[in-house]
Design a protein around this ligand. Structure first.
Ligand SMILES: Nc1nc2c(ncn2[C@@H]2O[C@H](COP(=O)(O)OP(=O)(O)OP(=O)(O)O)[C@@H](O)[C@H]2O)c(=O)[nH]1
Ligand SMILES: [Mg+2]
Length: 664
């Protein structure tokens, strides 16, 4: 590695990314305002820019920490993200500590709070996503950002357990007579300890969280297995996963099970941490021997997990945390934590950037197309008027009267198009309705119900997978059908537009049909994570009606989201097509009116003709300038999307997060 080139830090990179996104968001807002002020944007165009702004504003980067219990997930999160508070924030103790998934993020719209979802909500068969919007389902603890001690105190809640009978534990999904080795330990009088909370969400104004980072801390294996939500919903949504092993234990059987069951075959970026290298220290061995041991462990871990050795990071979260809290740079270096942080920064963020770049460039292209079409249509009409008026130079007022009659006749002739447009609209609306019906939420519900019937007709764990795969195939057919229908509508509209353009002088043209690729991808992702989940032994728990219902709801809500996006894209395309018709109709009527008024004025006063022509020339110039300005703004937006936003930093970074030194 070239030591002269400063390596970007995670905080610095995230900062640049957030600043860049904010700058893009501001630029798109300016663009929208400009287009609205000058009447360049039609409704579909406005919606597209709004959608881009929304995405830029809410884009999050989610990193999940996953491992068997006690490997040091929480300690690592403390070392990377919370050392600036001067203490351990997330509880990290020997034995099982974190009892429920803990999501850390920041939403400026709500005050700092720890929201806890009681474990009993599992019995209600509602998915986590259903419950997110229901404020009264959660217990809230206000957080005080100025006091790290009180924050750490509040967070001990994630360790809370409660004693329940074996029956209750079974109904909550924590007890399985067939797999006793995974059951929680019995405490007094037939009681067992289960987590008190199902999910914890922390809203906290930490500098990195403010920049759009979301961290997911997870409980150890047992609880991962018990909570289908983690495997099916939370982990697939993460952009990267840090999988943690202990250098003291190596890759154990249960580590391997977590890796294979929950992380294998997923599409997110994976980092493997070999934690606790400090435990390898031995006064009887030389530093070289210990280093050789570490390298040997890295190699064998990479081989076992079937990943490149470069993706395995030997480190000590404990030394990293202590080094930072104590301001001891040599301890921090010895912890090797900065190597992981650099890898997170350099490998993760560029991917996020690419996604946003593609989004900006797609939107810019669509906006440019629409704006250009609208403006050139207006220019064409002005050119026609000018031609007409120039022809009047030196002509008598009788000639002007004749022209007025001609305008009226043309206008009457033109109005005949409205009937055809109405008929076209009726056909279009009906075809669109048909197209969307196949993607509607009722259709999805029926499909999922069919899957359930098929699954329950056989032994659950054998039938479920097959029935689920069949469901995915049927859904893919629905998407294909929607695409085919879309093409039919496109062809129908194109033929009608061509005819209307020829008969009435419109300039109607169609944009590219939405590809629905995003829906394909989302469906693939849902399929992958569910198939993986159904392959697990504890998926048997789903045979319980309550879990089946939870599973069904979760699946349905995921599918709905994917299909709603598809319907949204399709509707936007249609809207843009019919808006075009409306706006060109309006424009043409306005043009007839203007022509008429112009001629009337010329008839009244001799000098009017020249000033009218000058007026039109002025209008044309203005339109040309507008078109140039829109192109310029779009070019600026595209260029900004290619840049790195390094000049747009405005949130202060705590010293240690901004540089590699322990003391900052
Ligand atoms: N020696 C040493 N101990 C560590 C290191 N990292 C974590 N530990 C200790 O290992 C124990 C478990 O750490 P946690 O962070 O609670 O582990 P976890 O993976 O979050 O465990 P659960 O929350 O139970 O799933 C704690 O006592 C930590 O102090 C390390 O780098 N070196
Ligand atoms: Mg933990």
């Amino acid at each position: 590695m070239d030591t002269l080139v400063p390596q970007p830090t995670l905080a610095g990179q995230l900062d640049a990314l957030a600043g860049w996104r904010r700058a893009l968001e501001r630029q798109s807002a300016d663009l929208l305002r400009f287009m609205q002020e000058h009447d360049v944007a039609d409704e579909a165009c406005e919606r597209q820019i709004e959608a881009l702004r929304e995405r830029l504003d809410t884009d999050r980067l989610c990193v999940a920490f996953v491992a068997e219990f006690s490997r040091g997930k929480s300690e690592l999160i403390n070392a990377i993200f919370f050392a600036d508070t001067g203490r351990r924030i997330l509880p990290a103790t020997p034995g099982r500590t974190t009892m429920c998934p803990v999501e850390l993020g920041h939403d400026p719209a709500t005050p700092p709070v720890l929201a806890l979802l009681p474990i009993d909500t599992r019995l209600e068969a509602q998915s986590l996503n259903d419950l997110r919007g229901k404020a009264d389902a959660w217990t809230r603890i206000r957080l005080d950002p100025s006091s790290p001690d009180r924050l750490a105190d509040a967070l001990t809640e994630v360790m809370r357990t409660k004693a329940v009978t074996v029956d209750v534990a079974r109904s909550l999904g924590f007890w399985d007579d067939k797999q006793p080795e995974d059951n929680p330990p019995q405490i007094a009088e037939g009681l067992v300890e289960v987590p008190a909370w199902r999910h914890a969400a922390i809203n906290y104004p930490h500098p990195l969280l403010k920049r759009g980072l979301v961290i997911l801390d997870t409980p150890g294996l047992n609880a991962i297995g018990a909570e289908p939500e983690l495997t099916l919903s939370l982990l697939p949504a993460a952009h990267a996963v840090v999988f943690i092993l202990g250098a003291d234990t190596g890759v154990t059987k249960s580590d391997l099970a977590v890796w294979r069951d929950h992380l294998g075959g997923q599409s997110m970026v994976r980092f493997v941490v070999l934690n606790k290298i400090d435990t390898l220290a031995d006064p009887l061995l030389t530093a070289e021997t210990i280093e050789a041991q570490i390298q040997q462990q890295v190699q064998s871990t990479a081989t076992t997990l079937e990943i490149e050795p470069a993706r395995v990071f030997p480190l000590s979260a404990r030394l990293g945390l202590a080094g930072r809290i104590e301001g001891d740079a040599s301890q921090l270096t010895a912890s090797r934590l900065p190597e992981l942080e650099d890898a997170l920064a350099t490998q993760l963020l560029p991917r996020r950037r690419e996604v946003i770049q593609a989004l900006v460039s797609d939107t810019a292209q669509a906006v440019e197309q629409q704006a250009t079409r609208r403006l050139s249509d207006q220019r064409r009409q002005i050119a026609e008027q000018m031609l007409e008026l120039r022809g009047l130079r030196g002509k008598s007022s009788g000639k002007v009267s004749l022209m007025l009659e001609r305008v009226d006749a043309e206008s009457r002739e033109f109005e005949r198009c409205t009937e055809r447009l109405m008929a076209l609209r009726a056909v279009h609306t009906k075809m669109l309705r048909d197209q969307l019906l196949g993607l509607a939420s009722d259709a999805l519900r029926d499909e999922v119900a069919q899957m359930q019937d098929e699954a329950s007709a056989t032994l659950f764990n054998l039938g479920a997978r097959k029935a689920f795969l069949a469901l995915c195939n049927r859904l893919r057919i629905r998407i294909t059908k929607a695409r085919e229908r879309g093409q039919e509508i496109h062809d129908m509209l194109q033929a009608s537009f061509r005819q209307l353009n020829a008969d009435y002088g419109f300039a109607l043209s169609l944009s590219r049909l939405p590809s629905l690729e995003r829906t394909d991808r989302e469906l693939d992702l849902i399929e992958r994570s569910y198939v993986q989940y159904l392959g697990l032994s504890h998926a048997l728990r789903l045979a319980e009606p309550r879990f089946m219902e939870q599973f069904r709801r979760m699946l349905l809500s995921k599918l709905r989201m994917a299909f709603e996006n598809a319907s949204g894209d399709i509707e936007l395309w249609h809207k843009s097509a019919s808006n075009q018709v409306d706006s060109q109709l309006r424009e043409r009527r306005r043009a007839f009116k203007r022509r008429r008024e112009g001629l009337e004025r010329i008839q009244g006063a001799a000098g009017e003709l020249d000033s009218r022509i000058a007026d039109l020339e002025g209008q044309d110039q203005r339109l040309q300038q507008l078109a140039a300005r829109v192109r310029e703004q779009l070019a600026e937006l595209r260029q900004a999307a290619q840049g790195d936003g390094s000049d747009a930093v405005d949130i202060p970074i705590p010293a240690h997060l901004g540089s590699r030194s322990a003391t900052g």
